[in-house]
Design a protein. Structure first.
Length: 474
């Protein structure tokens, strides 16, 4: 039976081997009503039709494999199970000690017994030597006084494997809510007050492993009534990866790893923080450019000098323009911080700093203090230094965040380009609610506009308030 091809390359003329299947993304053909659809669109269309026909539908699956949970090492939570011990025929439990060298015995790993709840938590023994050794059971197999114990006249052996790091990291956020509780992992009040987590930031690889496992553990705890919340995290944000200067993922094998300590040594930790936040959107994948760190370092120096000018000039009053720019900056930075748009928040602070620098020896003290508060979450050393320079003895860490006046953030005027016969010939600034006559009056004050209309009759005026002024003349 002939095999009918149903997917072809997107680019016409691309050769396809007759010896093997075409498995790349392409375009559907020989597929009836789905002809011409790209692979992704064809999948969705076919799935939708199957669901309408009640013969199939979409399903989310996970590429999960068995989880190797045990570790043959000391560090980790001990697994709270133990096993019976069998001795050779004729040997009684009370006559032997499996801890003795040469004592024959068999640990029945096929008969696991959970440690009684009253005996929890099971603690690791004190050991001086944590090296793996030759025994595949791990170093805990050498702690014989801990491993072997008697109960009800019989000998038993504890499990010597420990849990992986997942065992603690899958529920650590619960413990953070109640870290000093010696009676329980966390109290119901802590669960009520603090859970679920509002925001979790992690990379895509992190989400696939840790966050998926954390959700498993959390839902078990929910099922047994330890927590009242069915989900652990309200919102997840994936931060983008920072690539090497060659645009590739940083790795030792490529030799493109940037050591942050080197940046800190040369330009300080604040410059490192500022540059990382200024590189672009938090979610974006971005290449590292060491030369660009100097740009944020210049911003730091400029801001420091602006604050220094504020201290020396000791100006208390702000002019209307500075007041408006300050409040617009506080609004922008506040909203950008909440949305984790750190790069645009820094840009807004740079604009404010440039404006304050233009005031030279008349920088208002209030504007300098607000700027120090706004920069402190990203550049804490710079913020604290500026705050102290301004005469504040206590740290700014306990100061309330800046507050803006919404009315001062609204622009009362707009800048509009003036077109003559479809070409921009000038720019005017008018009130937002200005009418056509006001706009025309301002436009005629522009020399280039006036010269373009000289000797011509105005046939039509196209005016959209706040956006367009186009004068048609012949």
């Amino acid at each position: 039976m002939d095999v009918i091809s149903v997917v072809k390359p997107k680019k016409e003329g691309t050769e396809v081997s007759d010896e093997e299947a075409f498995t790349s993304e392409g375009v559907a053909f020989n597929s009836g009503e789905f002809d011409g659809l790209t692979t992704n669109k064809a999948k969705k269309a076919i799935t939708y039709k199957l669901s309408q026909m009640e013969k199939g539908g979409a399903k989310v699956t996970y590429k999960l494999r068995d989880w190797v949970f045990s570790r043959q090492r000391y560090w980790g939570e001990p697994i709270p199970i133990y096993f019976p011990i069998d001795f050779p025929e004729g040997v009684e439990h009370g006559d032997v000690d499996p801890k003795d060298e040469g004592c024959e015995h068999t640990i029945r790993y096929d008969q696991s017994i959970p440690v009684d709840e009253a005996d929890l938590p099971l603690k690791l023994p004190e050991m001086d030597d944590f090296k793996p050794g030759d025994d595949p059971a791990g170093c805990l197999a050498r702690a014989k006084d801990w491993r072997y114990f008697e109960k009800d006249g019989k000998w038993f052996a504890r499990e010597t494997n420990t849990m992986p790091q997942w065992a603690g990291s899958c529920w650590y956020y619960f413990r953070y809510t109640d870290p000093k509780n010696s009676e329980a992992a966390f109290s119901s009040k802590a669960d009520e007050d603090w859970m679920p987590v509002d925001l979790y930031i992690g990379g895509a690889e992190h989400a696939v492993l840790h966050l998926l496992y954390a959700r498993f553990w959390h839902q078990v705890m929910f099922d047994i009534g330890v927590t009242k919340h069915p989900e652990p995290f309200k919102k997840l944000v994936h931060q983008g990866m920072i690539l090497g200067t060659d645009g590739e993922k940083m790795s030792k094998s490529r030799g493109n790893v940037i050591n942050p300590d080197d940046i800190v040594d040369h330009q300080g930790s604040d410059a490192l923080r500022l540059y990382e936040m200024f590189m672009g959107p938090l979610e974006a994948v971005k290449p590292w450019q060491t030369s660009q760190v100097a740009g944020v370092a210049r911003f730091q120096n400029k801001m420091y000098n602006v604050v220094k000018n504020a201290v020396q000039s000791d100006v208390d009053e702000m002019d209307a323009e500075t007041t408006k720019i300050l409040h617009k900056t506080m609004k922008k930075v506040t909203e950008d911080m909440e949305n984790m748009s750190f790069n645009t928040a820094i840009s807004a602070m740079m604009v404010l700093t440039n404006h304050l620098q233009s005031l030279k020896d008349k920088v208002p003290r209030e504007a300098a203090e607000k700027l120090a508060l706004m920069v402190s979450p990203i550049a804490p050393h710079l913020g604290e230094e500026c705050w102290n320079m301004l005469g504040n003895e206590d740290t700014l860490a306990y100061e309330p965040w800046v507050e803006f006046d919404e009315e001062l953030c609204v622009d009362n005027t707009v800048k509009m380009g003036v077109q003559v016969n479809g070409k921009v010939r000038g720019q005017i600034e008018i009130p937002k609610d200005a009418d056509q006559d006001t706009a025309m009056a301002e436009a005629m004050k522009e020399s280039r506009v006036e010269s373009q209309l000289d000797g011509k009759d105005i046939k039509k005026i196209i005016f959209v308030p706040g956006r367009i002024l186009n004068i048609v003349a012949k």
